[in-house]
Each structure stands twice: as structure tokens, then as C-alpha cells.
Design a protein around this ligand. Structure first.
Ligand code: HEC
Ligand code: HEC
Length: 441
């Protein structure tokens, strides 16, 4: 089930179908925008409705006509697509003072809530909402600044890595506690999520047994029980659906059947008193079910440059450097009930969906269920070569600190330190080949 490639096996893969039969063949600025190629006709209309809701700008309640209102009272953005433009990747602010959009700050204080998750900060909740509707105070204004640290490859070529540091000004509900825990996170690409949900638990646990890393266990609000975590930068969400409705409430302030209450911590009285929408919960049932279809079935774009010798050589180096022990290239999905188009698919996501200790350099110091302050989930790499085309930037890692593939690799530490060193000690041409491989995904 695990393909290691390289090492005498000839060219390891010439399979462009990174997402199995869901794969679409487009490498332009729309390439994250398609429904799965094998999506049945009767699910295409719900996909399009979901796409509309994903792109909708929500407005303040009460509004006429009804239907698009319910924004906030506090929020991070007006729409899903403002952080995930074209279903793609958010970016951190690039200069001092630029406002936050695709990057958000999760907040907590030490301890655990009743489900074993992070303990929300009492006055601000579990996420900083820097915007609010008229008449309601926003929570505060985040900012980031960067410091540069020089380094060098084994052959002497210099590089520089930038370390972010965050602060929050204009706090409207009192100072933050000294032991505040902050986790900055950028919005990830939305492709192939249903396929990752369809990977069986035993497959994921098999990766942990073979190569190390450990799963997260988080709270499933639908089943009201603990479940394997798969989504979010710390595998802190069990299902695409829960992540989706959590984002509606936490990021935009839109309620759903799963999360029917507004996000107003007790001290935020103007938030609680703001006039409600007539639509309760704010998302209609038809919109909720369409969102679930949309979130699960966004197609993975095909791998490119299959005849480029540099990219193919880079794929071998990727295996030889040990990248494939976490970024597992190939697997077969299990059965996801009701989703034959996502089940039993041979896919190339380049992830094990497990948590790994990535060392102090990347640590946020904020535990999230069973993820420690230095654990991160291996992100899938499919589609990663298209971020620049679609989102016009190359910022990578959980907080967008890396300016391109090379810096993302050079930040790897902890359990990935050996693989990082293998990259750092490659010659210039080999490094370029490895990056060409990432670019082909
Ligand atoms: C303020 C920016 C922002 C907005 C608005 C936003 N997201 Fe996200 N999204 C994020 C961030 C940040 C993450 C990573 C969360 C984490 O690690 O906890 C994320 C993660 C996700 C994921 C999981 C992806 C993965 O690979 O794990 C899904 C699905 C998702 N968002 C859907 C949505 C939907 C649907 C909406 C609209 C209701 C939305 N998002 C609105 C920032 C945003
Ligand atoms: C021990 C597991 C592990 C190994 C080995 C590993 N990675 Fe990663 N990789 C991760 C994790 C976890 C992250 C996310 C870290 C973060 O965002 O702070 C990551 C992030 C990345 C990213 C950025 C992805 C994104 O969406 O922002 C790239 C690119 C990447 N790795 C490439 C590589 C390459 C190339 C190698 C081999 C030289 C490698 N990785 C080895 C676990 C690993």
C-alpha cells in the first residue's frame, strides 16, 4: 500500500491521477474549482449550490431579502472564499500593518475543555475575531513582524529564514492573560478532502506503526464521541463537515444545525444583544447539505511535467531524503458510506495524516487535543505546485512563514531533521530537481 519509489525501482510513478478518478486535468487559475471528475450527475447541482455559499459575502442581520444575513456579530471574514480564494491557500500579511485575512490566531489558556480540547480564553474565546458588525466591538487587532536568520546549504549557498512574531493591539475586553497560548494558522487548499476522509483508520494507524508519528483524537460533535483527527494543521477536526460548520461559526459567525449558537463569550454583551437574523439557524438545511457535498468533492488537479527528467529525478531524491516516511505518496481509500466516487480510489496525497514533532523552530507551544505544542500534521502535497498560479503567492507552512518550497523544507526539524539535512546537503542541481518535483504536484 505504501509506495516508496526510487532506489532501483525505475521511474517510480508516471501516474498523473493524484486524486484517483476524481482528478481533473487543468493547470490554470481555475484548477482548484472543479467538482470531482467522477461525481455523479445528481450531486453536481448541490456542488454548485455549495460553491455559491462558499463564495457568498454574508451581511448584517436583519436584512431584506433574508437569506444572506447573520454575519458575526464578531468575525474574521465575510466569506469562506476570502480566506480560501478559488478554494486555495491564504497568505499571511506581507508587510507590517497589513490586515490579517488568510491567517487567523487560535487562542487558549492552559488546561483542557470538557472534551479534551484547548481551553478557550474566557473573554475572547478560541479564536481572535478582529472584525465586528456596526455597534459591536471587535476583539482586537493582530499584527505580525518577522526577523531573519541566515543559514547556508552544505555547498555554501546562503539562505535566510524568517521567524514571525505576533502581537494583538486594541484589545476591547481587557488584557490577555500572561499565559495566553496562540496558534497562528493559514487557510489551506480545499482539494481532495473527501478522499482524505475516506482513508481508513487502519491505513492511517498502519503508517504510524511503520514510520512513526501519532494520530490525534478529537471530539466529534455529530457522534458526541472521540474520533480520529484528520483536518486542520494539527489534525484537530475529525470530519470535513465539522470543520466546515465550525468555520461558519468561528470565522464568519454563521450558525448551523451542528453549531446553532453565536460565538459571544460572556463578557461580550453587545455581541450577545445584536439583532438576530430571521433565519435560524442562519444556514438553511439545503445549504448545509450542499456545503457538505462541496467540501468533500473538490477535485484534485492532475500531476504535471511527467516527461520532465528533472522532476522525475527529484521524485527519487524525495524518497531517498526520507520525505516519504511522512509525506506518504500512494494509498488506497477505504469505503466512505454514501460516497462511491471517493471510495476505493488509488490516490497520491503525500501525507500520512499523522502528527509529528517538528522541533522548537516551528512549535506554537499550544496543545490541541493530543497534538503537543511542537506537533503538526503532515500536510498533503497534492496540488501544491499550483498555489502560485491560483493564489499568486508561494507562502507555505502552518503560518505562511516559508517563502517557497526550499524554505518550507529548511524549517523542518524534530522528527524531520534528518530529511531536512539530506536536502541541505544535496548539490545545487539536485536541490533544484527536488523542487521541480514538488512543483509538478
Ligand atoms: C479567516 C480565514 C478563514 C475563513 C473565513 C475560512 N477559513 Fe477555512 N480554514 C482557515 C484556517 C486557518 C484553517 C486551518 C484551521 C486549523 O488548522 O485549525 C482552515 C481550514 C479549513 C478546512 C480544513 C482543510 C484541511 O486541509 O484541513 C476546511 C474544509 C475549511 N477550512 C473550510 C472552510 C469553509 C467552508 C469556510 C466558510 C464557512 C471557511 N473555511 C472559512 C481559514 C479560514
Ligand atoms: C517527520 C515527518 C516529515 C518529514 C520526514 C518531512 N516532512 Fe514535510 N512536513 C511535515 C509536517 C508536519 C509539515 C507541516 C509543518 C508546519 O506547517 O509547521 C510539513 C510541511 C512540508 C511542506 C509545506 C507544505 C505546506 O502545505 O505548507 C513541504 C513543501 C514539505 N513538507 C516537503 C518536505 C520534503 C521535501 C521533505 C524531505 C526533504 C519533507 N517534507 C520531510 C512532516 C514531514
Amino acid at each position: 500500500m505504501i509506495a516508496f519509489g526510487g532506489c532501483g525501482g525505475g521511474l517510480p510513478s508516471a501516474d498523473p491521477n493524484l486524486g484517483g478518478d476524481t482528478t481533473v486535468f487543468d493547470d490554470g487559475s481555475e484548477s482548484y474549482n472543479y467538482p470531482a471528475r467522477n461525481l455523479p450527475l445528481d450531486q453536481r447541482a448541490p456542488f454548485q449550490i455549495g460553491d455559491g455559499v462558499f463564495n457568498r459575502n454574508w451581511i448584517t442581520a436583519p436584512a431584506t431579502p433574508q437569506g444572506d444575513d447573520g454575519l458575526g456579530p464578531t468575525f474574521n471574514a465575510l466569506s469562506c472564499s476570502s480566506c480560501h480564494p478559488n478554494n486555495g491557500r491564504g497568505a499571511p500579511p506581507t508587510m507590517d500593518g497589513e490586515s490579517f485575512l488568510g491567517l487567523l490566531l487560535r487562542l487558549s489558556v492552559p488546561g483542557m475543555d470538557e472534551h479534551g480540547g484547548p481551553m478557550p480564553e474566557p473573554s475572547y474565546g478560541d479564536q481572535l475575531n478582529q472584525h465586528a458588525i456596526l455597534g459591536v466591538p471587535p476583539e482586537g487587532t493582530p499584527s505580525v513582524s518577522y526577523s531573519e536568520t541566515p543559514g547556508a546549504y552544505a555547498d555554501g549557498e546562503a539562505y535566510s529564514l524568517r521567524t514571525p512574531s505576533y502581537s494583538i493591539a486594541s484589545l476591547n475586553f481587557g488584557p490577555m492573560p500572561p499565559d495566553l497560548l496562540v496558534s497562528p494558522r493559514v487557510a489551506p487548499v480545499q482539494v481532495g478532502l473527501g478522499l482524505l476522509e475516506a482513508v481508513s483508520e487502519s491505513t492511517i494507524l498502519g503508517f504510524a506503526a511503520a514510520n512513526g508519528g501519532h494520530p490525534n483524537h478529537v471530539w466529534d460533535f455529530t457522534l458526541q464521541q472521540s474520533a480520529l483527527g484528520r483536518f486542520g494543521w494539527k489534525a484537530n477536526q475529525p470530519t470535513v463537515e465539522q470543520q466546515t460548520f465550525g468555520a461558519f461559526r468561528g470565522d464568519i459567525g454563521i450558525t448551523s444545525a451542528l453549531f446553532p449558537t453565536k460565538n459571544c463569550p460572556a463578557v461580550q454583551t453587545a455581541c450577545a444583544a445584536a439583532p438576530p437574523s430571521k433565519t435560524q439557524p442562519n444556514l438553511l438545511p439545503i445549504e448545509s447539505s450542499a456545503m457538505a457535498v462541496h467540501a468533500l468533492t473538490i477535485a484534485v488537479p492532475a500531476r504535471r511535467d511527467l516527461d520532465d527528467q528533472h522532476a522525475l529525478h527529484g521524485e527519487q531524491l524525495f524518497a531517498q531524503a526520507g520525505c516519504t516516511s511522512c509525506h506518504i505518496p500512494k494509498m488506497v481509500t477505504g469505503t466512505l458510506d454514501g460516497w462511491p466516487s471517493l471510495s476505493n480510489q488509488t490516490i497520491w496525497p503525500f501525507t500520512d495524516l499523522l502528527l509529528h514533532d517538528m522541533g522548537p523552530g516551528l512549535a506554537d507551544g499550544r496543545p490541541d487535543f493530543e497534538a503537543s505544542g511542537s506537533d503538526w500534521r503532515t500536510p498533503p502535497l497534492w496540488g501544491i505546485g499550483l498555489i502560485e498560479t491560483i493564489n499568486d503567492h508561494t507562502f507555505l507552512l502552518h503560518d505562511g512563514r516559508a517563502r517557497g518550497f526550499a524554505e518550507a523544507i529548511l524549517w523542518h526539524g524534530g522528527d524531520a531533521a534528518k530529511a531536512k539535512d539530506a536536502f541541505r546537503t544535496l548539490g545545487k542541481n539536485d536541490r533544484a530537481d527536488l523542487l521541480a518535483f514538488l512543483h509538478s504536484l
